[in-house]
Design a protein around this ligand. Structure first.
Ligand code: MFK
Length: 174
């Protein structure tokens, strides 16, 4: 199954989840070894996502030497993984756990090693189990976007979805 990112004409009603972090507060880690957010993930991105106002989130990521792709700049796959983490955490603002179904990234400018990326994301719409999320990344010294991403995430029942993998995910807070 594959579907390009295309917002529905009308979104299902959405509400900020009453237990979502307050604006400015971080989402708790869902797994210490998560490649995106885990504090103990070897070679992980160590991205922390913060709740924003409404259906929005923010995040930052330092662009480190090991993320190198072209000389002096970030690898596109690393940036894509960072977007996946930021975008994939954002539906928790409406209390919906998801997995990535479809993710599109536009790479607008080279992103130098040593810079810091600032992400802003929002849940744009929900349609049945599909959650449509968009994000933009900027460098700290500029308002100009360096990359944007759009994704369709699919709502899951966490325990059922991961049931057969649970032994290897024993640190996961399901
Ligand atoms: C909880 C904390 C999260 C923290 C952040 C984590 C960030 C990282 C997120 C990830 O990287 S998750 C890992 C990468 N993704 C996966 O491993 C997902 C693998 N795919 C699956 O497990 C299944 O294909 C999936 C659960 C996504 C869908 O299977 P289902 O059988 O449950 O869905 P179904 O086929 O019934 O489709 C339900 C709806 O989703 C739509 N859909 C399914 N797959 C899609 C897809 N790939 N793209 C777009 N839409 C899709 C489908 O069209 C349909 O829409 P409608 O309601 O309009 O009919």
């Amino acid at each position: 199954m594959s579907t390009n990112f295309s917002l529905p004409d009308v979104s299902d009603p959405m509400e900020r989840h009453p237990k979502a972090p307050a604006p400015g507060d971080p989402f708790r880690l869902h797994h210490d070894l998560c490649h995106g957010c885990g504090v103990n993930a070897p070679g992980g991105l160590h991205v922390t996502v913060y709740a924003g106002e409404g259906f929005t989130t923010t995040a930052e990521m330092k662009v480190e030497e090991w993320m190198l792709g072209g000389p002096g700049v970030i690898h596109g796959g690393v940036l894509t993984a960072a977007f996946d983490e930021v975008l994939g955490t954002t539906p928790l603002i409406i209390g919906v756990p998801v997995v990535t179904g479809h993710l599109e990234v536009d790479f607008l400018k080279p992103i130098p090693i040593g810079s810091t990326l600032h992400f802003e994301a929002e849940v744009a719409a929900k349609e049945r189990r599909k959650v449509f999320v968009r994000a933009v990344a900027r460098l700290d010294d500029s308002d100009e976007p360096v990359a944007t991403a759009s994704a369709i995430f699919i709502e899951i029942d966490l325990r059922k979805h991961y049931a057969k993998y649970y032994d290897s995910a024993s640190q996961s807070r399901l």
